[in-house]
Design a protein around this ligand. Structure first.
Ligand code: 5GP
Length: 206
C-alpha cells in the first residue's frame, strides 16, 4: 500500500495554527491529525486526545526512555513530543497525516521524513502577533515576552520550508492550506503507478 502524505505545520505561538488546522480538517476530514504529547497544562479550549495528549512528566520521561518518540523538545519550559508508533502506523496505512511542530521539531522530522510537506504559517506582522498573544491571555507577561522573542527567531528560519502561508485572514489562509493539500495529493496521483504504468489505469483508455 502506498504511504500517506505527511503535512507538517509550523507557526510561532499565536499565529492561529490551531484555528487553521481545525478549518482544514473540517474541509478535508480524511486527513488525520496526529496530536503531540505534552506536559503543558491543558488550555480551556483544548480537548485531551484531540489537540494534544496531555501527560505527566513521569509519563513523558518513560515514553522518551523507551524510544516511543520520533522527536521531542522543550518549548517554553514544557515538554512536547511526537509519538512514533501512531504517526508511522497512520502513514503506513495510507492515511494522509497532519502534525504541528515548532521549528526545531520540523527540522528533526525533515530528517526522518524528507518527503514530508513542510508548511510555515506567518503572522501578518510582528505587531499583530504581539497583539494576538497578549489578547489571548493564556500566558503571563514573562511567558508572552519569551514567545514573542522566539517567534522572531523562528521567522528568521523560513528557508527550510516548502510553503509559507501568511495568516492575515483566516478564510484566505485556510483556502491556501486546502490548496496545498489538494495540490500535493494531485502530485501523488501523477506519480502513482495507476496513472503512469497502464494496467487498469488511465493509460489503457488513451
Ligand atoms: P503551544 O503550547 O502554544 O500549543 O505550543 C508551543 C510550541 O510547541 C508550538 O510552536 C508548537 O508547534 C510546538 N509543538 C507542539 N507539539 C510539538 C512536538 O511534538 N514537538 C515539537 N518539537 N514541538 C511541538
Amino acid at each position: 500500500m502506498e504511504k500517506g502524505l505527511l503535512f507538517v505545520i509550523t507557526a510561532p505561538s499565536g499565529c492561529g495554527k490551531g484555528t487553521l488546522r481545525r478549518a482544514l480538517l473540517a474541509e478535508l476530514p480524511d486527513i488525520k491529525f496526529c496530536p503531540s504529547i505534552t506536559t503543558r497544562p491543558r488550555r480551556p479550549s483544548e480537548v485531551d486526545g484531540v489537540d494534544y495528549i496531555f501527560v505527566s512528566m513521569d509519563e513523558f520521561i518513560e515514553r522518551k526512555r523507551s524510544n516511543q518518540l520520533c522527536e521531542w523538545a522543550q518549548v517554553y519550559g514544557n515538554y512536547y513530543g511526537t509519538p512514533k508508533e501512531e504517526l508511522e502506523h497512520s502513514l503506513e496505512q495510507g492515511s494522509d497525516v497532519l502534525v504541528e511542530k515548532d521549528v526545531q521539531g520540523a527540522r528533526t522530522l525533515r530528517q526522518v521524513y524528507p518527503e514530508g510537506i513542510f508548511i510555515f504559517i506567518l503572522p501578518p506582522s510582528l505587531e499583530e502577533l504581539e497583539r494576538r498573544i497578549r489578547t489571548r491571555g493564556t500566558e503571563n507577561d514573562t511567558e508572552q515576552r519569551i514567545r514573542l522573542e522566539s517567534a522572531r527567531r523562528e521567522i528568521a528560519d523560513l528557508a527550510d520550508f516548502d510553503y509559507v502561508i501568511i495568516n492575515d485572514d483566516v478564510q484566505r489562509a485556510t483556502d491556501r492550506l486546502i490548496a496545498i493539500a489538494l495540490g500535493e495529493r494531485a502530485r501523488r496521483e501523477l506519480s502513482a503507478s495507476k496513472v503512469h504504468r497502464g494496467g487498469k489505469g488511465w493509460q489503457t483508455h488513451l
